[in-house]
Design a binder for this molecule. Structure first.
Ligand SMILES: Nc1ncnc2c1ncn2[C@@H]1O[C@H](COP(=O)(O)OP(=O)(O)OP(=O)(O)O)[C@@H](O)[C@H]1O
Ligand SMILES: [Mg+2]
Length: 222
């Protein structure tokens, strides 16, 4: 099944009255269970592409289908629901909510989807154990290490069983050992849950662990 089908995506940013082109016609397809790494120099458009593919932003031109739905035809509310229910996110700086415990952070996607608290917390606990942070659930994000925070973010990203996981430099702020752990977990979640992963990285070693690599330059795939 095709999870993501992007065709000829364009996106420019407006800055001081001028248009800064970030994507100049990118096409990409991911099927269920694919693990794709996007590489390329700083400023080539990796994060812009991931934001579009995660339904966090809209393209200026081109078409995008996510989980079988034509994103360009969705209202903002429908886009928000698609993002909440079908997509998971991992970022370089974790983006955990500082006022919630790790348990609450991990359960959040299920709570936002109005699932019963008992079910949401049970699922969060099980995934926390799976990624090795079951003993840190009462801690707040400021009270855990970077590696633990990113493992919590990974658990949060898949707790609602998304079809697509967007990971922008997920190892970029971790030391090499923690980076390796997070990368291994990504691969395991990819295989166990069949979640498709679209990951951006500068690091050739990180990219090598993906099933497929896509290289970008100046807003295009090369
Ligand atoms: N909000 C913005 N306003 C103006 N220009 C922007 C904005 N966001 C990104 N850009 C520009 O768009 C281009 C692509 O940026 P993007 O963040 O997608 O690159 P990237 O490949 O993720 O880079 P990095 O590896 O440094 O994270 C860059 O030239 C950048 O300067
Ligand atoms: Mg980036």
């Amino acid at each position: 099944m095709t999870v993501l089908a992007a065709t000829d995506l364009h996106r420019s940013y407006a800055l001081d009255g001028a248009a800064v082109p970030a994507l100049r016609g990118v096409s990409l397809q991911l099927k269920a269970g694919d693990f794709v790494a996007v590489t390329g120099p700083s400023g080539c458009g990796k994060s812009t592409l991931l934001q579009l593919c995660g339904a966090m932003d809209r393209a200026d031109a081109g078409t995008l289908h996510l989980d079988g739905r034509d994103v360009t035809a969705l209202t903002d509310a429908e886009l928000t629901r698609l993002r909440r229910d079908r997509i998971g996110f991992v970022f370089q700086f974790f983006n955990l909510l500082p006022t919630l415990s790790l348990l609450e952070n991990i359960a959040l996607p299920l709570l936002l989807a109005r699932r019963p608290e008992s079910e949401a917390f049970a699922a969060a606990r099980a995934l926390a154990d799976r990624v090795g942070i079951g003993h840190r659930l009462r801690h707040y994000p400021a009270q855990v290490s970077g590696g633990e925070a990113q493992r919590a973010a990974l658990a949060r990203a898949v707790v609602h069983r998304p079809v697509l996981l967007i990971a922008d430099e997920p190892t970029g702020s971790l030391d090499s050992e923690n980076g390796r752990t997070v990368l291994e977990l990504l691969g395991e979640l990819n295989r166990e849950f069949g979640v498709a992963i679209l990951l951006a990285t500068h690091d050739a070693g990180v990219a090598a662990s993906a099933g497929r690599q896509v290289r970008m330059k100046d807003g295009r795939i090369v």
